[in-house]
Design a protein around this ligand. Structure first.
Ligand SMILES: Nc1ncnc2c1ncn2[C@@H]1O[C@H](COP(=O)(O)OP(=O)(O)OP(=O)(O)O)[C@@H](O)[C@H]1O
Ligand SMILES: [Mg+2]
Length: 323
């Protein structure tokens, strides 16, 4: 379901898409072709997602992927992609089979963060073959569409692309598929939860109050969609002096921990605000890959370990030790 944004006019059919023409491997279908959507009009009374609708639409099962985990936030720029990337590498370093799907069609970051300029190839079975970096299988809309084109994607095309990234990509057998979401509570999160049963969502926040208000919205959205919250990660929690290792709490302390307690969800850990974390992302070698012994990498590893512990507690997760 895509709702028109305030002030946006409804058009009968999306304009012919340069994306579809240039990239036949990324089949784009119009909204009317999405099952169960023919002739549907936006209904203001359905502005909120209805959890009862979700199970009927989750027809992609991906049985070879054990855990499908969305990394989300209510607010932009809090470090979702940084956390998703470094946690994925921590899990892979511990021996897990990991995939990372960049579902941020509006501003895909994974190609830059992983230093990738090539395109995935298409297999003889017409499936997209993920690119591999640091032992992680990767797929991003940014591999195929220049960023400025991604910005103009309309809801039904986005919905279709998300589904194809799940079902038409050769993910193979994975322990974890980490899915990096765009900020907020919009179309992509809804499409994703409609497409597959997620194991759960990890919410990334910064410690300030304003960011935490957005966390509450993010948590509320996943709860409405029936997706378990696996935990909250507080990013940019403190500044770690590179000379004396002294911690300085720049923003109010422990906001993420307090919020997780309030919601009764796990607190997965704190990641320091650190220039190396930022530059590592910019140069395409995430810090956990480039400087795995650093305290910053240890913080990502500890958060990944906590996530595994939450999954173990909740069910059948095999033991995985992150060193
Ligand atoms: N712990 C950190 N220390 C220093 N810089 C960080 C840290 N985490 C993220 N950054 C930097 O902050 C910026 C935003 O991070 P990132 O792109 O991961 O956020 P995001 O939540 O995915 O953003 P968006 O909402 O746009 O998808 C990037 O330049 C990144 O390198
Ligand atoms: Mg991002």
């Amino acid at each position: 379901m895509r709702f028109l944004k305030k002030g946006e006019k409804k058009k009968s059919e999306p304009p012919s898409s340069p994306t579809a023409k240039e990239h036949p491997e990324l089949k784009v279908i119009s909204g009317s072709q999405i099952p169960g959507r023919q002739g549907q009009q936006p209904n203001p009374q359905q502005q909120q997602p209805n959890p009862q609708q979700q199970p009927q639409q989750q027809n992609i099962t991906l049985p070879n992927i054990k855990h499908k985990i969305a990394v989300a936030s209510g607010k932009g720029g809090v470090g979702k992609s940084t956390v998703a990337t470094n946690m994925a590498i921590s899990l892979a370093n511990a021996g897990a089979k990991v995939g990372l799907m960049d579902a941020d069609a509006y501003g895909p970051s994974i190609p830059t963060m992983m230093g990738i300029q090539e395109r995935p190839r298409t297999s003889p079975e017409r499936k997209l073959v993920p690119l591999v970096r640091h032992n992680i299988k990767l797929m991003s809309i940014g591999f195929m569409v220049p960023e400025e084109q991604a910005m103009i994607w309309r809801g039904p095309m986005l919905h279709s692309a998300i589904r194809q990234f799940l079902s038409d990509v050769e993910w193979g057998e994975l322990d974890y598929l980490i899915i990096d979401l765009p900020p907020g509570t919009g179309d992509v999160a809804l499409s994703l939860t409609q497409a597959i049963p997620l194991t759960g969502a990890v919410i990334v926040t910064t410690p300030q109050d304003v960011a935490l208000a957005d966390v509450r919205r993010g948590v509320a959205m996943f709860e409405r969609l029936g997706v378990p919250i696996l935990g909250i990660i507080e990013n940019m929690s403190y500044f770690l002096c590179p000379h004396c290792n002294e911690k300085t709490e720049i923003f109010s302390a422990d906001g993420g921990r307090n919020t997780s307690e309030r919601f009764g969800v796990a607190f997965l850990g704190q990641i320091p605000l650190d220039a190396e974390v930022c530059t590592a992302g910019d140069i395409g070698v995430p810090i956990v890959a480039g400087n795995p012994e650093s305290p910053q990498s240890e913080a990502f590893g500890a958060a990944a370990q906590e996530l595994v512990a939450v999954l173990e507690e909740s069910g059948d997760e095999d033991e995985l030790t992150i060193l």
